[in-house]
Ligand binder design. Structure first.
Ligand SMILES: CC(C)(COP(=O)(O)OP(=O)(O)OC[C@H]1O[C@@H](n2cnc3c(N)ncnc32)[C@H](O)[C@@H]1OP(=O)(O)O)[C@@H](O)C(=O)NCCC(=O)NCCS
Length: 211
């Protein structure tokens, strides 16, 4: 089962001027948090660190050592997780099988990005919508694609056009003409798109965590 936790970072203090929460995190995350020039990015990184700690604790994995795969995916022994942040929210998906998650604030849609980097079928799918619906589908597709890239850990070392999201009685990934054995869960949030992708086909509902 994949569990997904979400937290709002709005009320977190800026870790640059208030180190209360920061000191709860490991040295590596502390350094990363303070490297950001923008306050929102510092708070997102701080929030992701705290949310991960809370999620690991809930799953009996307190004080786990975090290491990184070759493309930068954080991992630990004994459980799988992934983090994402956008705007006011940080998200952590965690479970017994590998997972990727992606949240995006649905601000300005970038159809030019879709035209350049999405596949022909994905663009045809988008073009079957108009106005607000088209914008909603753009952010759905974007987070579905990114959650898959984060599941495999390839991140943006994988080209957006190297695989395709297809909707046909469900959501599938086609890669090199093969259907991949991955599963998706989407969560509806006002103004944000959130997708989770895993080798597990069981997902729990979204759980809000307070800091
Ligand atoms: C991972 C990646 C897709 C993140 O996209 P994003 O929309 O900017 O950011 P998100 O908020 O959704 O996710 C960020 C989180 O993803 C996780 N992450 C980082 N690299 C990852 C990867 N390769 N796979 C999965 N998750 C990754 C981290 O936990 C990160 O949060 P943190 O820095 O606070 O710990 C993108 O940064 C990327 O492709 N990174 C890898 C770069 C790479 O391939 N380098 C190799 C050079 S060839």
């Amino acid at each position: 089962m994949i569990h997904t936790y979400i937290a709002n970072i709005k009320n977190l203090p800026d870790p640059k001027t208030d180190s209360g929460y920061l000191l709860l995190l490991d040295e590596e995350r502390q350094k990363r948090v303070l490297r950001f020039l923008r306050e929102e990015s510092r708070k997102q990184s701080l929030g992701a660190g705290i949310l991960l700690q809370k999620a690991l604790k809930k799953h009996g994995m307190e004080n786990s050592k975090i290491t990184f795969s070759k493309n930068g995916k954080p991992k630990t022994d004994g459980i799988f997780f992934n983090l994402s942040h956008s705007g006011e929210f940080v998200v952590c998906s965690i479970g017994d099988k590998d997972v990727g998650c992606d949240i995006e604030k649905a601000e300005k849609e970038r159809f030019s990005v879709a035209q350049r980097f999405f596949t022909k079928n994905e663009n045809e799918y988008l073009d079957s919508f108009e106005g607000e619906e088209k914008k909603r589908e753009f952010f759905r597709l974007w987070t579905l694609k990114e959650s898959y890239m984060k599941l495999t850990g390839e991140g943006f070392s994988l080209k957006l056009s190297d695989f395709e999201i297809s909707f046909d009685n469900g959501i599938f990934v086609m890669r090199e003409n093969e259907k991949c054995n991955v599963h998706f869960k989407e969560f509806l949030l006002g103004g944000y798109a959130l997708s989770v992708c895993s080798y597990d086909d069981k997902f729990s509902s979204l759980e809000l965590i307070d800091f």
